[in-house]
Design a protein around this ligand. Structure first.
Ligand code: SAM
Ligand code: SF4
Length: 365
C-alpha cells in the first residue's frame, strides 16, 4: 500500500509545504509574490510555487485572480442547467461511482419527454444554456437518440437555448452529426493531462486510451465546437507538477471552458483502496481554489465552472470559487427522483432545483 509520502514523487504535499513555509516564512525563493504574480507568462515551476503558497501569499493570489476576473469577465454569472439524462455507461474509470462494474447502481435513462420538459424549464427560467450529460455509450441507437433530442429541444424551446453535450468519447462522425443537429459546446475532461497518471486512473484496455481521449478533444475543436475540458484535483498519485502541467495543457490547447473539481472517493470503486494516500478533503478543496485562481490568471477571459464537487466539501464551495475566478454555475435540473442514482462520489449534493428567486438574483444584469 502506497503511503501519503510515497504516492507523490514530485513536489511535497501542500500540507508539507505549509509546515515548511511556517518554518522559513517564504515558499518563494528569491521572488516576492508580487513579482511572481506580475509575470507575463508562467512556467511549470512558477505554477507549482503558486500552488504551494499559504497565509498572506495565498490571500494575495486570490485577490489578484479576483481582480483579473472582474477586469476580463466582470461579475456576470453564466447559468447552465445540467440534465444528467442517463447513468448507463460502458466504461470502467477507476474513480467513478457509476462505472460499468458497479452493480449496486440503479441504472436509469430519462424519457425524451422528461428531457424536453427539463429543457423547457431551463428556457422559461432564462438559463440560456443547457448541459446534457450521461455515461458513455457508443451505440448507433444512443447516437441517433441524442441527435433527435437536440432537434426536439431546439423546437420546443424556439432555439432559445445553447446546448452543451457531455457524453464521452465518440467517433468524429457522431460528433459532427450532433454538431449539425444543434450542439454548440462539448465537455470532455482530460481528467489528467499526463499520460502516466491518466493510465493509473483507468483500466489498461482499448476502451480507456489516453491517445483516444486526446484525439476526441482535437476532433471536437476541428468540427467547430466550443470545447470544455478539466481535471480532478487531489487524485491518488497526483503531484503539484501534474497539476501545473494540466493548467499549461489547457492554455496550450486554447480550451474555451474548464470544469475542475476535487476528486472525491466512492467506496464501490477500485481507487477507494488508495483513500489513505489522499490529502484531507479541506486541502483538496483549497488546492482546487488555487487551481481556479491560477487558471484565471493565465487564461484571463476563459469560462470556468464552479463545480458541484466543491459544494460536496463546503456548502459555500461554489460561491467561494466564483469569488476568486469562476464565472459559470451549472445548477442540476435533472428530475429529482433520478438524482440519487447519478452518484459519482459519496455525499454528492443531490439538492432540489435552485429556487427561481435565486436564479433571478444570479441572472446577468
Ligand atoms: N461519461 C462522461 C465522461 O466521462 O466524460 C461524462 C460524465 S462523467 C460522470 C463527468 C465527470 O465526472 C468526469 O469527467 C469526471 O471528471 C467526474 N467524476 C467522476 N468520478 C468522480 C469522482 N469520484 N470525484 C470527482 N469527480 C468525478
Ligand atoms: Fe463512465 Fe464518465 Fe464515469 Fe468514466 S467518468 S465511468 S465514462 S460516467
Amino acid at each position: 500500500m502506497a503511503t501519503k509520502q510515497s504516492a507523490r514523487t514530485g513536489s511535497p504535499l501542500p500540507g508539507d509545504s505549509n509546515r515548511q513555509s511556517a518554518r522559513t516564512g517564504n515558499p518563494l525563493p528569491g521572488l516576492s509574490i508580487e513579482q511572481l504574480l506580475s509575470k507575463e507568462s508562467f512556467t511549470r515551476s512558477d505554477i507549482v510555487t503558486l500552488l504551494s503558497v499559504t497565509g498572506d501569499q495565498r490571500i494575495r493570489l486570490f485577490e489578484h485572480s479576483a481582480k483579473i476576473k472582474e477586469a476580463f469577465v466582470g461579475n456576470r454569472v453564466y447559468l447552465r442547467g445540467l440534465i444528467e439524462f442517463s447513468n448507463r455507461c460502458h466504461k470502467n474509470c477507476l474513480y467513478c461511482g457509476i462505472r460499468r462494474d458497479n452493480h449496486f447502481v440503479n441504472r436509469y435513462t430519462l424519457t425524451d419527454e422528461e428531457i424536453v420538459s427539463a429543457a423547457c424549464y431551463a428556457a422559461e427560467n432564462n438559463y440560456g444554456s443547457l448541459v446534457l450529460q450521461s455515461g458513455e455509450l457508443e451505440t448507433i441507437g444512443f447516437a441517433k437518440r441524442v441527435e433527435k433530442l437536440l432537434k426536439d429541444i431546439h423546437k420546443a424551446t424556439q432555439n432559445k437555448l445553447r446546448i452543451t453535450l457531455s457524453c464521452g468519447e465518440q467517433e468524429k462522425d457522431i460528433y459532427r452529426r450532433w454538431f449539425s443537429s444543434g450542439a454548440h459546446r462539448y465537455l470532455l475532461r482530460i481528467e489528467s493531462s499526463g499520460k502516466e497518471l491518466y493510465e493509473k486512473l483507468h483500466p489498461g484496455d482499448e476502451f480507456h486510451s489516453y491517445k483516444r481521449r486526446l484525439k476526441c478533444l482535437i476532433d471536437l475543436q476541428k468540427i467547430g465546437y466550443q470545447v470544455g475540458t478539466g481535471v480532478m484535483i487531489g487524485l491518488p498519485f497526483q503531484t503539484l507538477e501534474n497539476l501545473a502541467d494540466d493548467l499549461l495543457f489547457m492554455k496550450k490547447f486554447d480550451i474555451d471552458m474548464i470544469g475542475m473539481g476535487p476528486y472525491l472517493e466512492h467506496e464501490v470503486t477500485p481507487l477507494y483502496a488508495l483513500r489513505h494516500t489522499l490529502l484531507p478533503k479541506e486541502e483538496r478543496f483549497d488546492l482546487t481554489l488555487k487551481m481556479i485562481a491560477i487558471l484565471r490568471i493565465i487564461m484571463k477571459d476563459v469560462n470556468i465552472a464552479a463545480t458541484t464537487a466543491l459544494q460536496a466539501i463546503d456548502p459555500m464551495g461554489r460561491e467561494k470559487a466564483m469569488k476568486i475566478g469562476a464565472n459559470v454555475i451549472m445548477p442540476n435540473i435533472t428530475p429529482g427522483k433520478y438524482r440519487d442514482d447519478y452518484l459519482l462520489y459519496q455525499n454528492k449534493p443531490c439538492t432540489a432545483r435552485m429556487p427561481t428567486t435565486v436564479i433571478h438574483a444570479l441572472k446577468p444584469a
